[in-house]
Each structure stands twice: as C-alpha cells, then as structure tokens.
Ligand binder design. Sequence first.
Ligand code: ASP
Length: 324
Amino acid sequence: MKHLLSIEDLDRAAIERLCDRAASFAEVADRPIKKVPALRGRTVLNLFYESSTRTRSSFELAAKRLSADVVNFAASGSSVEKGESLRDTVQTLAAHQPHAIVIRTPWAGASKLITQWTDAAIVNAGDGQHEHPTQALLDVYTLRDRLGSLDGLNVWIVGDVRHSRVARSLVLALQTMGATVTVAGPPTLVPQDIAVLGCQVRYSLDELPQADVVYALRMQNERMKQAYVPSLREYAANYQIDSRRLGARQLLMHPGPVNRGVELAGDVVDGPRSLILDQVRAGVLVRMAVLYEVLASGGGPSTPASGPGRGRGTDHPNPELHPA
Ligand code: ASP
C-alpha cells in the first residue's frame, strides 16, 4: 500500500490485514516502554489544516511508538496565515524529505492532489466532507475486537450524515466487512443519494431497536451555511440517543468530539454500552498499522511500495515487535 486516501481503495483482505497488524501492536501499548524500532530513521509529517484532538494525537503517538521522527504542522500559526497556498506549503515541507505526510484539510480530494507534489506516502486524516479512512478502520477494529466478526451485524449511523466524512468511509468499510448499514436522521441531514453506497436510509428511529450497534454523529455546525434543523432541542427530541432509545443489548459508538445533550445524552456516553474510549485506544493501534504499511511493509498485493523509506519486502505481520 503506497498511500491511504480512501476506504474505496481497500478490499476486505486489506482491511483484515490492517486490523491484524493493529492487533499485533496492541501489546506495545501495555509495555512500560511503549516503543518498537520498526520505523526508526523515517520521518512522519502531520499536516493539519483543521482542528483535531483524537486523530492528531493518535497519529503522533503511533509514529513515536514505531520510533519515527515526527514533525507536527498546524496551519494556524504558520505561513498559511500569510497566504501561502497548499501546494507551496506541501512543497516547502517536502523539502525536509518526510517519508509520510498525514494530512487533514477542509477540502475534499486534497490528500489525493498532494500525491502529485511529493514522493512521500500520503495518509488521508480527513478531507472535508469526503472521507476519513483511518476513523473507519479504527471503528472496524473496535467492533472486531469486541465481537469477533462484523458479518451479519446491523449498524445504524444516526445524525448529521450530510456533512460527515466519517459516515462515507464508515458505510463503505462496514459493508466491505459484511455488516448491514442503515443511516438515519432528519431529511435535511441525510441526503437520499447516500443510498448509492448500498446502505438503507431512514428518517425516524422507529426501527432503531433492530440495530446491534448505534453509531451517533455530531451536528457539524462548522460545515453548515444554513440552519438544517428548526432547533437543537427539536433535533434532540427526535434523534438524540439516550438511555430510553439505546437498548440493553446495543453497543454505542461515536467518532468524537461528542456534543453531550445534542446527539448523545451524557449517561449513555459514560454508560456500559459505550465503546467511545475503546475507539480512541484503537486509533493509536490502527494508525500504527497504517504508518507501518505505507512505510515499512513492502506493500499489499495491489500497490507495491517504492521510494524513500519503503520496500523492505516483508509480509510478516509482526516483524519487529522486540523492544527498542
Ligand atoms: N472527528 C471526526 C472528523 O474529523 C468527526 C467529527 O468531527 O464530528 O470528521
């Protein structure tokens, strides 16, 4: 695998391989010294044009646990504020010869675009409303870890689907792994054409009790140019997941950040059915697996690795799990 730009580029075998590799890294997190030398000498550049808590911290931790050098770049406080373009910024930072660039931007397709401007491996950490592939992978990992398999699992994704890059990546990843997906929310926030991805669409939560997993999405106000719901109070009355709506056998997920009292009631966030912190923990492992794949593994069958820092040519899932 040279880059990770979209879940569309991954088949079931590739998702399983990444999850297996992530699982092989789990014991590193339990060590007193949480480090293996797998990416020693490689440089990972985190290039974030949008705010982030979980994704950025977990990519940084993932790279450091693999012994890579990490450069963190946030657009605010940089020359972007003086008008430097994405292309000039990428080419400037590429002069430092990073082996991988992890990029988040508000622009759909930006991660693909920058593959033309640098030889580094590119990992999409969220491109506008388009995709967030590592979020979907960590969600698959979390469910697989908890349930063993996703085959036949019934997952409902509830909330602001329209503005959600998580939803697009997640629908694809869950279905690839054998789950059935329903997206639900108010008609203004759930575009009918999302059904082309193969999921079902619902505008009420009447059938929510059928779900095995309820995945709530945040109202993404920063992407809204108009009011999509009459009021947050009305939205919460119809779509908030609370202890009345969440059944005792159902699992709860959310990509974060949570707006308590809007898409989720506080008691279910902290309740026994919530996998939200498991998702955060899985984020480090899955991002270790992704960085390892693009930088050290020699690539999967369809995308041979080449270029600086790649082409080590091993398929072993766990080649360097000895202490640094
Ligand atoms: N953290 C996720 C994202 O970056 C979800 C969200 O912001 O609501 O897309």
